[in-house]
Design a protein around this ligand. Sequence first.
Ligand code: GLN
Ligand code: ZN
Length: 767
Amino acid sequence: MTTSFPAASVLGYPRIGPRRELKKALEAFWAGKADAASVEQVAADLRRRTRTRLAELGLSTTTPAIPSAFSFYDHVLDTTALVGAVPARFADLVGPDGSLDLAGYSTVARGRGDDLPLEMTKWFDTNYHYLVPEIGPETVFSYAGRRPVTEFAEALADGVLTRPVLVGPVTYLALAKATEGSPEGFSPLDRLADLLPVYQAVLADLAAAGATWVQLDEPALVSDTLAVPAAAVTAAYQALAGATDRPTILVAAPYADLGDQLATLAATDVEAIGIDLVRGSAPTAAVPGLATKTLVAGVIDGHNIWRADLDAKLAILERLELLGAGAVTVGTSTSLFHVPHTVADEPALDATLASWLAFADEKVTEVVTLAEGLVEGREAIHEALLAASDALAARAAAPGVVRPEVRARVSALTEDAFSRGSFDARRAAQDARLHLPPLPTTTIGSFPQTPQIRKARAAFGKGELSAAQYEDEMRAEIGRVVQLQEDLGLDVLVHGEPERNDMVQYFAENLDGFSVTQNGWVQSYGSRCTRPSILWGDVTRPAPITVAWSSYTASLTDKPVKGMLTGPVTILAWSFVRDDQPLADTAFQVGLALRDEIGDLEAAGIPIVQVDEPALRELLPLKTADQSAYLDWAVRSFRLSTAGVRADTQIHTHLCYSEFGEVIEAIDGLDADVTSIEAARSKMEIVDDIAGHGYPRGIGPGVWDIHSPRVPSEAEVETLLAGAVRSIDAGLLWVNPDCGLKTRRYEEVTPSLEHLVAATKAVRATL
Ligand code: GLN
Ligand code: ZN
C-alpha cells in the first residue's frame, strides 16, 4: 500500500470553470432551462479540463498528484450528502439508496418554501461560504453518496490516477451546528465515533476502486476558535489509519499554523501531513513520529495571487529536509480555488503587473519547479529562480508601488487623526443639525439593482452608452429611489448605489494603486462568484468618487441624505492585497483616501456618511494570539477614515453579521455614531448583547431579513421593535433592514419598507 507521495502536488483547483461554466449550467438548471444531465455533462467536461490542464502543467498522472476535488455547490454540503446527514426537513428528497440527486442537493442548498436552506457561513478567514451541517444526537450517518468514487473512476478511465479530496471528519463535525432541540452541552463533535465508520466505508470503497492516496482536509485543526481537542484528532486518525482497506492518507491543514496538532497527527499512523507554510511556519525542532511520514510543504500561497519568491521558498524546503521527516514534497498552502484560473486570461491587464502575478495555473508551475529544485538541486532550476527574483525586484522598484508622499502622510499621523472627541458633544451637535424623530428609519444603502440598471452598466462598459448617457440613466434611477423613500416616509435617505457593480470593486476602480481583472472570478458561494480587485501599489484618490452622486441626491430632497462608502478593512478583505508590506500599512493608506472622500462629502453639505465594514469579523485571525493586533489596526484604519469630520457630521457604519458579541469591543472601538447590524434572523437575540454591554452609541439592529424574499408583516416588525425598546435606550435605537437591498426586488422592498415605517410609527407612539 505504500506508494510514495508525488513530489509536486496542489491541494485543490478552481471548480467553477474559466468562464464560470458551472455557474451558468447550474443557474440554467435552477431556472428550468436545462436538465440535470446537461449540468452533469458540463461538470464532467470541467473535471476533464482540470485534469488535462494540471497534467500539461507538469503534475503526474500516474502518481496521484492531481486532486479530485470537484463540487457542484460546496464541499461541506457534499460531505453532508456523502455521510447521509441531510436534515429531516429535506428527508423526502433523499433517494432509496440514501443519495441526493442534483435537484435535491440544490434544494438543500437553496431552500424551498418554509424549509430554510442550510445556514451559510464564512469558511475560515476567507470570503468563501460553506453550508453549515446540522448534526444532533439523533442524526443517523450512513455512506449515502458515491460521488467521490464515481469521480475517481471517471478520471481513472481517462487515464489519470487522481487523489480524492474529502473534508475530514473532525473538521466536518467541528463546523457543524447542533440541531434545534439538542440537549444542553451537546456538541456535534460528540458524534465522531458514529461518523468514523462511514469514512472507513468511503475509504474502503475508494481503495477498491483503485485509489492509492486520499486527501482529508482538516483546517479546523489550525483554528483556536474551534479549539478541536487533540483527543478527537487522535481518535479519528487512529481509527481511519488503523483500517486495512484504505488508500494511503494525506491529512491537509490549510489556513494557518498547525501548531501542536502537528505532533498529534504525527503520532497517528497517517502517511502524510500537509502544512501551510505561508500563514504558518515550519517546526523548528524534530517532531516525534515525523520520520515515518511525508511532509507536504504548502509553500506556494493558495489564497493570494503574487508570484512567489522561489529562492526563499526553496530555502524553506531545504530547511524542512533537516527536520528528519520521511520525505518532503512541495504543495500549495491551501486549495487553489481561492484564486482565478490563469494570468494568461487577462490580456487587458498591464503587462508589468501581470508579470508579478501567479493565479492557479502559474502556481502549479511554481510548485512543479520547486519540486524539481528540491529533488535535483538548485542548479536545475537556476533560470526559474533568477526570473522570479528579477520579477520581484522589478515589482519593488516599479512606479506606483511606493509613493513617497503617501508614506510621508502615513508616518506623519498623530493620535488626534484617530479621534473625534466626546460622543455626547457630537450627539448634541448632530441632534441640533438633523432634527430626526425618535427611532429614525433608514436603509443600508443599496436599492434593487434592476435589469435596467445592469443593462445600462453593461452597455456603458461596451461603449454603447456614452458617459453622459450612463450618468443620465443613473440620475433617473436615483430620482426614482429618492421619490420612493419620500413616499414611504423614511427619515434618512440614500441614493441607492445604482452606479456600483460591487461595493469594493467600485472603489478599486476609482482609486490609484488598484487594478481590476476581466476573468478573475473566484467562487464566493454556490454559483456566486466575485472578481476581487488587485491592490498592488500605494493608494491614492485621484479625484472625489461619490460626491457628485450624493450631492445630486441631496438636491432632490429636504430630508437628510447619507453618503455611502466601503471601509478600509472590507476593501482589503475583498481584494487581492499586496504582500510586500503589513496589511495595517495598506489599510491606513486606504483609510486616508476615504478620509479625503468623507471630507469632500462633508464640504458638499452631506450631513451623514456611512462607512460599511461587513468584513471586519471575516479577517479576524484564526489564532487568538494574533487577534488583538488585527483588531487594533482594523479599528484604527476605520477611525482614520472617519475622524476628520466635524462634530455635527454623523458617521454610521454597517456590519453584516450577527456575531455582535464576539467583536463587541472592536465595534465599540470604531466609535461610529450609529451602527447597523444584522439581527432579524436571530429574532434580535443580539439586543441582549447590546444591552448587556451597555453599548453607548446609536444602534440599528436589522428588523427585516433581506436574505430571503419573505415580506415581514407590520406586526412582526412591531414586535421586534417593541422588544428592542424594552432593553435598549430608545434614544439610541435606529430602525433599518439587516443589509442592503440590491439583491431584492421592488415587489418585496416596497411593502417591507412600508411595514417597517408603519411599525416604527406605532412603537414611537408608545414612547
Ligand atoms: N451599503 C451596502 C449596501 O447596501 C452594504 C452592503 C454590505 O454590507 N454587504 O449594499
Ligand atoms: Zn450587510
